[in-house]
Design a protein around this ligand. Structure first.
Ligand code: C2E
Ligand code: MG
Ligand code: MG
Ligand code: MG
Length: 289
């Protein structure tokens, strides 16, 4: 490091290897959790026909004292590798339930229907996970049917134990969403085996959905997937959310294809909870007027 960036030196004994860089990040995450450096921002999930906020997705942020805001793409993988995702995920779950219960008490279910934290596969393997969810609901007073857990296809495919956990959560009344749908493996058989309520169409299928004449065969195929996913979801009685909507043309096209609900920068950025409280308060005033 003393030699500055871009200088390569041959490995010599006593120097750090990548493995210890990982260990360092792991230690930094641990410290950050103890120092309460993690924040949650919430992104609205919106009815495409009328703009009603049907839910919020909880997305974690790390306010690092030196590095500033760190994106989850940069630390969630390390948190999963080190196992720190379990306490971090527990924090996100508890805080999301607490915040959602507070919003529901203040504004009622017409302004906010449900809240959705992301859950990693490591959490599903944690023997306390179901009890943690139960406690987060009980302590916050959030009804189970207002909690949505977002899981990826690859997480859900991991065998008997995970399957049992998901059925237990389902039996508690918690709803499960398949995140980034279409990017993982074996999507179709999964939908029948897994007690999902919601399918989130990945952003990669929303990109270019507004084009009348997709310019490449790959773009054409992505549009076909977007159409097929909503038909399949309808047939199986699942709700859909289209992710990563960045303009009104995409929202219009998705609505016409049958997507009732969407999420994306065009509909609302991830934002601190105080900002959403302001939005709910303004909408309540408008509804009363
Ligand atoms: P995800 O669950 O698919 O979340 C959606 C991501 O897309 C978020 O990125 C969100 O900010 C971003 N996004 C939303 N609308 C748009 C859009 O219109 N355009 C673009 N370009 N992006 C959009 P974020 O917050 O950086 O999170 C990235 C991923 O990190 C999440 O993907 C999720 O897999 C993971 N993640 C975030 N928070 C948590 C957490 O608390 N626990 C776990 N296990 N994973 C998390
Ligand atoms: Mg998600
Ligand atoms: Mg997603
Ligand atoms: Mg995604």
């Amino acid at each position: 490091k003393q030699r500055g960036r871009g200088n390569w030196v041959r490995y010599a004994g006593g120097m750090e290897r990548p493995a210890s860089a990982h260990a360092r990040l792991g230690g930094d995450l641990r410290r950050a959790l103890d120092a309460a450096e993690f924040r949650i921002v919430y992104q609205p999930i919106v009815a495409l026909a009328d703009g009603r906020i049907t839910g919020v997705e909880a997305l974690v942020r790390w306010e690092h004292p030196e590095k500033g805001l760190v994106s989850p793409a940069d630390f969630i993988p390390a948190a999963e590798r080190t196992g720190l995702i379990v306490p971090l995920g527990r924090f996100v779950l508890r805080e999301t339930c607490r915040q959602a219960a507070a919003w529901l008490a203040e504004f009622g279910p017409d302004l906010l229907d449900k809240a959705a934290p992301n859950v990693s596969v490591r959490q599903l393997h944690d023997p306390d996970f179901v009890a943690d969810v139960d406690a987060a609901l009980a302590d916050s007073g959030l009804p189970a049917n207002r909690l949505v857990l977002e899981l990826t296809e690859s997480a859900v495919l991991r065998g008997q134990h995970v399957s049992r956990v998901l059925h237990e959560l389902h039996d508690m009344g918690v709803r499960l969403a398949l995140d980034d749908f279409g990017t993982g493996e074996s999507s179709l058989s999964l939908l029948r085996a897994f007690p999902a309520a919601i399918v989130k169409l990945d952003k990669s299928f929303v990109d270019g959905i507004e084009l009348d004449e997709p310019d490449t065969p790959a773009a054409h195929a992505r549009q076909a997937v977007a159409r097929a996913v909503v038909q399949l979801a309808d047939a199986l009685g699942l709700e859909t959310v289209a992710e990563g909507i960045e303009n009104q043309e995409q929202a219009d096209r998705l609505l016409r294809l049958g997507y009732a609900v969407g999420q994306g920068y065009h509909l609302g950025r991830p934002m601190p909870p105080e900002k959403l409280t302001e939005i709910f308060a303004a909408r309540r005033v408008r509804a009363a007027a």
